[in-house]
Design a binder for this molecule. Sequence first.
Ligand code: HAM
Length: 430
Amino acid sequence: MSTLKAVRGTRDLLPPEVSVWQRIESTARAVFARYNFGEIRTPVFEDTALFSRSVGEETDIVSKEMYTWEDRARAQSEKSQSLTLRPENTAGVVRAYIEHKLGETGQLQKLYYIGPQFRRERPQKGRYRQFSQIGAEVIGPPSAGSESPLRDAEVLEMLATLLDELGITGWTLEINSVGSAADRARYNETLRTALVPLAPKMCVDCQRRAVTNPLRVLDCKVPEDQPIIDTLPKIVDSLDDASKAHFVAVTAALDAAGVPYKRNHRLVRGLDYYTRTTFEFTHGGLGAQNALLGGGRYDGLSEAIGGPKAPGIGFAIGEDRLVLTLQALNQETAPPRVDAYIAPLGESLNAPALALARELRRAGLSVELGDGSFRLKKSFDTADKTARRIVILGEDELQSGILTVKDFSSGIQTKVPRAELATHLGMPGE
Ligand code: HAM
């Protein structure tokens, strides 16, 4: 029988590597709490129409990367329905905002999420078919200040803080404005016209994009096409005055907060819902898939999926890529050792050893339990790999209540009365 393996583009995360993920997630939760964000958990699958209407029918994500299936009706009262594993979470959050009438609170909603997303992309380093995003959205009625450029700057400043706290050095914030939906449409037409004489000299993908979605030409990575793309009109020249002023206010607030950024005129992003500010944080340690995170403003998204006017801004961090970056920077911390390893000397001491482990664990210590069939040398070898100290439990120790404890960092062996054991094991190494 052939062996079964994890599906291409998916991965198992095992200890000890998973501790890096846990550290990232707890740091993110702590930072989000300081900025008054609450957690939202939306379903992993949604009605397919949610993504086609928000992310956009013509985008790569919707046109070729979604895991979509026809969910058959199980009862007469049900209808079959096209469902999709979420390729991103902004659409789900905005759907929930509309469904639960969060706009009626009149307050700004500040929501974050951590969870798996699914895209059928060609797997490579930093690109998976199931990947995890840590994201946040700030959304609300305009009267709550949701359109303010201060929101954009605050979100970017929070990201800079989070990356710094995680120990990610050397990131670059690239920022642009794609203007209003009308500005974007106007720019798309300007590009379409400009590309007519140029496209035949470009790669086949650009030749196709020049007709179907000219904005996507700006994402082209083919080296020979770059000098041609540099000559194309810039989106900044298609922005209306309000969008220009909004962008100037965002960058002024970033300057005031001391968050460094680079203007990237080509940053238009691969999802259709963006308006005005768009951004990415990139990192050189990542190679070809160098976007650590991406985001932007989506002032018309709620209305596009049938909701009230609810401008918003948000981002999603590729958690897999954060881990890769930390590994490249050698910032992953060594897996923590447990406080103690209990070595029963003989099988008759297994049960008393479990009782001792229970006592110590209840006192808040982390404990690994050996087996009495092990020889002492094997117990020592195993304990030395996993624990800070080893506690020997033989007949003598059990009767006298005085245990033998060895500290691996100092090599010192001591006798400790059982009543003092938890306190002793809780102390830092000698
Ligand atoms: P996105 O740029 O499509 O934006 O994805 C955000 C981040 O997710 C990327 O920068 C990357 O780090 C990570 N990512 C995307 N695809 C993959 C993949 N196949 N494998 C590993 N990591 C990946 C969004 O998803 C928007 N919802 C962000 C947003 C939130 N905009 C506003 N609010």
